[in-house]
Design a protein around this ligand. Sequence first.
Ligand code: F6R
Length: 604
Amino acid sequence: MCGIVGYVGAKPAAPILVDGLARLEYRGYDSAGVAVLGPSEIRLHRDAVRVRDLEATLPKRFGGKVGIGHTRWATHGVPSQRNAHPQLSADGRVAVVHNGIIDNAAQLRAELEADGVALASDTDTEVLAHLIARADGTLEDAVLATLDRIDGTYGLAVLDREHPDRIVVARNGSPIIIGIGDREMHVASDTSALVRYTRQVVHLDDGELATLRADGYQTFTRDARTTKTAVTVDWDTSDYGTDGHRHFMHKEIAEQPDAVRRVLKGRLDERFQTVRLGGLEMDAREMREFRRVKILGCGSAYYAGQAGAQFIEELARIPADAEPASEFRYRNPVIEKDTLYVAVSQSGETYDTLVAVQELKRKGGRVIGLVNAVGSSIARECDGGVYLHAGPEVAVASTKALTNMMVGFALLGLHLGRIRDVSPADGRRLLQALTALPEQIETILADEEQLAAVAKTLAQAPSLFFVGRTRGFPVAREGAQKFKEISYRHAEAYQTSELKHGPLALVGPDLPTVAIVPDDELLDRNLGALQEITARSGPLVVVTHDGVDLGVTSAHVVAVPKSEPELDPLLLTIPLQLLAYHAALLLGHDVDKPRNLAKSVTVE
Ligand code: F6R
């Protein structure tokens, strides 16, 4: 999605802005641009190009110590130079970068045109620049007056030739983070653009604005000044490098053992055979009151939520289910006071999930977050939660964050379970299984060569099935998701039990099936399905446990170590990441930035 950067200080702004934009590149975009305040004018450079090309073509005279920059993911108007941000007012006085969507842009554009303003782009953002330039008062007054006329969402940063000492920023539904430097201030829509310069950051809330000057910042709303507390970011620039790996996705897959160690760290309570989740800010008595758990997330986070609902139902015997957050608010959901709502998100900025949380809170629901990005919008909106500590995830396809989501749900399930009926012996069994996960993941990753060979057999198929039952079904869904995202092959997930109710009609020599077959109480049933597929000459890849006799000889077998049955989905998911990665590699795709997708989906 779109990215914003800004700088005000004593150094040349352009290199800092371009560096920040390069760090936002992973989020996906189609155009980039920067504007700096020269001695008497705003200097603008933008195009439908990658950041390195923008940098290579920067004009020689591009000095200025205050500036803003943007990476654009087109919503209004095709990717082109005129539609790239920053957008300028007609008189060249005001420059604006904007994330989000202005719903009444068409009406405002018509009004401006009727008033004689020649519009220079097809964007919704351009209206902001014109309206701010035409409003009276200080820059802050002009921005406030303009925002009063706007319906929609925005994170924005404004530069004004008449107020050359400052940038004004505002937020409504799209993140704005201020970075506090040494006699300089930064701003960005994502912490990754800030960590090279500072670890001290301030997150704006919806409805908040801020004025940034070299010597400090002031936050305010329409009605009053506000006071903010800076938080320290514990990620640094080295977390945003590929560290010798060919792709971020590969690095992030390899980081999973350490990521799991981090999410477990300090949370396993050997004495009471349970887990400590201080961030929930709820005592055992409150936790006992819940009669139901509802999990909300989007995409892979939703699939992690489906696995999580099963963990919770199995471990705590509380009815639990997951639902795509993107659909939730549109069906006017009934919010129950004895339901624990859980929002799950890597970025903590997914708009659909954020708005679902806001809808829940508006109706009085109790909602906790399982979130990776500390201090992100969803984390702050929730009533407490569990941070996932996967570290920054740069590749669009989620891997280590997804794994840590599943671990986070296992922790939550065990916590809820031990407050209820899970025995100390079962608690101990699960703690041991959790502790063993990092080494077991290492064992799976060591088989990469074999997985690359299996990927070769899948990469050329135009269409694939991923199938699994109960615990294996979210694994199959996530496997299909990862495969289609980066290989661009059609991959569909089914419950194995559903094959004979329809999809089996497609099974044949041209349609491979990746079957998830854990060594659990459904093994015999799964083995029966493998026979049905083989009988129709369907190529098979079976992801199973060490030592299982599948009874079919033609299948490619991928065996993972056994965990406790409840935690099996965690390990069964890992090889599917490498299958997708190697298939995409063979097909020559941009693994880290798949077409049409963005890392953090901050629009509806
Ligand atoms: C898939 C993927 C997406 C995200 C989804 C939610 O690999 O990355 O499906 O899982 O967009 O994102 P977060 O977790 O940031 O809310």
